[in-house]
Design a protein around this ligand. Structure first.
Ligand SMILES: Nc1ncnc2c1ncn2[C@@H]1O[C@H](COP(=O)(O)OP(=O)(O)O)[C@@H](O)[C@H]1O
Ligand SMILES: [Mg+2]
Length: 576
């Protein structure tokens, strides 16, 4: 993406707030006008009042100064207010778009992406852009108007002297360009470092239990220090280049200033110009240096926001690989026939599922078994359309699920795995996650069927109890029963259970197992469980090995075959 493309996209984002920017421009003109008027006051002050001794005007000038200050103050306030709010609104839109995009990108994207980097994009990259863009907008508008006004005034007063003074201005572009380029690169790199920093933070806080259990606090502290130091290294460079700009411009400006004084004093001495004219033009020229300095800073800010914007637009441009077709079918409640037709799928280069086919009739329970890494969870993920297969098709009621709108597809699916992820909030909200507009009686009924009501009723605040982040205030079995309740409330015709009880102790498992039995009633169920006792009664058992279906049949049939299922079964039987 070139700088120009980035500008154009940013301008696109500011279009809805155009009137704020226009207002700000108008007030910038007011501010610039007052600055120019100040300079215009000097000549009459010196020549008419001080030199000529006109006492009538003595009172007028201070009044004008105060009046101008008032006008300038109001102008400045309104200019800043409008442009800054416009900037914030643009940033707000960008941040919303980024989050929306992150939510809509596929599971495949999220598996590849470090979540810390993503969080950092939405928070830090946008934040950096926000600060840089806000400063650039405020100063950029005002200072460029002021600069243009002062330059015109100086040329109008004495074009020869102005030419001497401003001959150095084009030279300022050189350091600004060079430094700007470096600032942009550094911004990009330092934001990358912030991403790692955020990642380290998330990992350390998210995994605090493991950290504590292994006593690894020190290594995390060291890692964080290291990341922090690297971040500083890039920041230091950014500071260096930023701080170099003003002195570079100042030195160049001194050349212009020196030329003006030398030339001007000579002309006053030869009587070519009055003292008042000299003071006035020197003041006009000196006053231009401030906007010039600020504008080079603005150019730095712009480079900084472009550096940040590049990463932001990059994320916004990520193709959404799992999307609705434009003529996607709105599937109503499915009967629940699930079919895998010759599905081949890979996360990377190596296929993880090879030519997998099976059929589940409505209401049937199909079990997937096989050694760890065989591809069972991948089958579940494909049915939930976390990813799309490279070959073959996953079908529900005969529809290829890629032809169905994702919204209507997800309404037909309920998913319970061993992760038992709950959201920070009340128990009621977490159950209702399955069906946002469910009424109280439906929530309670779901909890009862999931055998969750007994522990919920014992909590002091019942369904209003807060469960803490990720449900940390509940036991594993309690969490899982809430997940089952959430799925029950959704009442989808197709159910996916991926090792739903694997993380539980025997007693909770028995409880959750009963809850699951309620959940499975009248639904097509794809159940994955390594404990074969839980799937013995499935209508069909599919045995996967290294991504291929190697055996299909009922428990009895598979035992009789003396194949992989038999050996898995014998292994567990011996353990027991
Ligand atoms: N996100 C992923 N990226 C790359 N490979 C993966 C990913 N998830 C799983 N795999 C690989 O795919 C294979 C099947 O994994 P999975 O379906 O989780 O197995 P199972 O659930 O049967 O234990 C494994 O070899 C695993 O290493
Ligand atoms: Mg698995």
């Amino acid at each position: 993406m070139t700088n120009k493309q980035i500008y154009i996209r940013l301008l696109g984002y500011s279009r809805p707030y155009l009137w704020r920017i226009v207002l700000s421009m108008i007030f910038s003109l007011v501010v610039a006008g007052t600055d120019v008027s100040y300079v215009n006051l000097i000549e009459p002050l010196v020549d008419k009042i001080i030199s000529a001794g006109n006492r009538d005007l003595v009172y007028l000038v201070p009044m004008v100064i105060i009046g101008l200050a008032l006008v300038k103050g109001v102008g400045r306030y309104l200019q800043e207010y409008y442009v800054k709010t416009a900037g914030q609104l643009v940033i707000q839109d960008l941040r919303n778009d980024l989050f929306k995009q992150s939510m809509l990108l596929s599971m495949g994207f999220h598996l590849r992406q470090q979540s810390g980097r993503l969080t950092s994009r939405v928070l830090n990259d946008v934040g950096t852009m926000q600060r840089a863009a806000a400063d650039a907008l405020v100063d950029g508008l005002r200072e460029s108007f002021t600069l243009v006004g002062l330059i015109i005034l100086a040329f109008y007063k004495d074009w020869k002297m102005a030419a001497v003074a401003f001959s150095v201005l084009p030279l300022c572009v050189v350091p600004a360009r060079q430094l700007g380029l470096r600032i942009k690169q550094n911004t990009k790199r330092s934001l990358e470092r912030v991403g790692f920093l955020t990642g380290t933070l998330q990992e350390s806080f998210g995994g605090i239990k493991v950290v504590k259990a292994f006593g690894r606090e020190d290594s995390h502290i060291q890692k964080f220090r290291g990341e922090n130091k690297l971040y500083y290294r890039f920041l230091r460079k950014a500071i260096k280049y930023n701080s170099l700009t003003a002195p570079a411009v100042e030195i160049l400006a001194a050349l212009g200033g020196a030329g003006v004084v030398w030339y001007g004093v000579n002309r006053v001495l030869t009587g070519e110009m009055t003292q008042g004219q000299l003071f006035s033009i020197v003041a006009a020229i000196m006053m231009t240096f401030t906007p010039v300095k600020r504008l080079t800073k603005v150019s730095n800010d712009i480079q900084q926001s472009i550096g940040a914007a590049e990463g932001i637009f990059n994320l916004l441009d990520q193709p959404r690989d799992v999307v609705d077709k434009h003529n996607a079918v709105e599937m109503s409640r499915a009967h629940g026939e699930v079919a895998f037709d010759n599905v081949t799928f890979s996360y990377g280069d190596e296929p993880v599922l090879k030519d997998v086919s099976f059929l589940a009739n409505p209401g049937e329970v199909i079990a997937l078994v096989g050694p760890s890494g065989a591809g069972k969870s991948t089958v579940a993920g494909l049915l939930a359309r976390f990813y799309d297969p490279q070959q073959g098709a996953v079908k529900i009621d005969g529809y290829d699920i890629r032809d169905v709108s994702q919204e209507s597809l997800k309404k037909n699916l309920a998913f319970v795995d061993q992760e038992t992820f709950l959201f920070n909030g009340s128990i009621r909200d977490n159950i209702r996650y399955g069906l946002l507009d469910a009424d109280e009686s439906a929530v309670v009924a779901a909890a009862r069927q999931a055998y969750a009501d007994e522990f919920i009723d014992k909590l002091p605040e019942g369904y209003d109890s807060s469960i803490g982040e990720r449900g940390v205030r509940l036991s594993g079995g309690q969490r899982q029963r809430l997940c089952v309740a959430r799925a029950l409330l959704k009442d989808a015709p197709i159910l996916i259970l991926d090792e739903a009880t694997s993380a539980l102790d025997t007693e909770s498992e028995a409880m959750v197992q009963r809850a699951l039995a309620n959940l499975m009633k009248n639904r097509t169920t794809l159940v994955i469980a390594h404990r074969l006792s839980t799937i013995m009664h499935a209508d069909r058992i599919i045995v996967l090995e290294q991504g291929r279906v190697v055996e299909v049949g009922s428990h009895q049939e598979l035992l009789a075959r003396n194949g992989l299922y038999r050996s898995l079964y014998d292994m567990q039987f011996k353990e027991a």
